[in-house]
Design a protein. Sequence first.
Length: 365
Amino acid sequence: MDIFLITAPGLEQSLATEAREKGFKVTSVIAGGVTLRGEWPHVWRANLQLRGANRVLARIAEFRALYLSQLELNTREFNWTAILPQGAEVSVEATCVKSKIYHAGAAKERVENALSAHGYTIPEYAADAQFSIRVRIDHDIVTVSIDTSGDSLYKRGHKEAVNKAPMRETMASMFLREAGYTGKEPLYDPMCGSGTFPIEAAEIARRFDSGRARPFTFQALPNYDAAAFDDMRSPNRPAAFNTYGSDRDQGAVHMSAANAERAEVTDVASFSLAQISDIIPPCDTPGLIIANPPYGGRIGNNKPLFGLYAAFGGRLKTHFKGWRAAIVTSEPSLAKATGLPFKPAGPVVDHGGIKIRLYQTDALR
């Protein structure tokens, strides 16, 4: 069975590397995602353990269809009860690419008709459905998949408080990976916001499964084996080093601490109040300092931000010798304003329509 991992455009290679490291068979990497080959237990484990996937789709059928009647006939003949609980509420999403069936709305309706004929209910609003079926018709080849995740996987199950323009956990984990973070060094985010980088890093350091605290759609499917799934959970380990966050806003510090408590990483992640002009290394061992500073397309006008970036870079050059530095921003000019010796920028990543990149240095001298 093919398993498709959806991720933010630009992070596909990082996700493929993570999947290979965790024992999955990667068969292709395309824009927007990674294809694996596996069985249903691989679907469960991908949801549980892959930090960079936004969703996990299980491909349950593939066939050729030139006409809407063929599409409906094939989906009517499919054994839906082997996949979905009888009588469940199911939504359908369809896309058509360079195919004789070109009307996505009509394709969606035909698949809904097939599901209705099997006794499934199609709710008025897709958000009300327990299960989501995705149909893609590409060059006349129909691929039918089921979303096995439910809520997007960036919802780890413990963050209730977020600040303005937060970075999603799935994206943060891939930037940590690209910056070389493995949990074996200290990490510090001096613009921590709601604490995403330090909390994700703490989970990596403790070897926590990213999906350990949340439910998944696949748990309501007929073939789900709860005991087998529990056996997939990773053993935790003590953290070799701590992670730290600070922010100039007291509300952000409280928010981050509350999120860390819900994530059960307060033994690793800690937060404090500090202006950028006052930051100092939080520990004696150099590690990674990483930040997601404000940038114009995310917050507003970027002209006042040059001073912030310059102050950040200046502080790092004088007080963080031996540390590696990394920032995420949409503006090369803002990265340049830090004065830091960045290596060539990472790939462009789509962050809610804003194109961002990771800039990172070697150990500062």
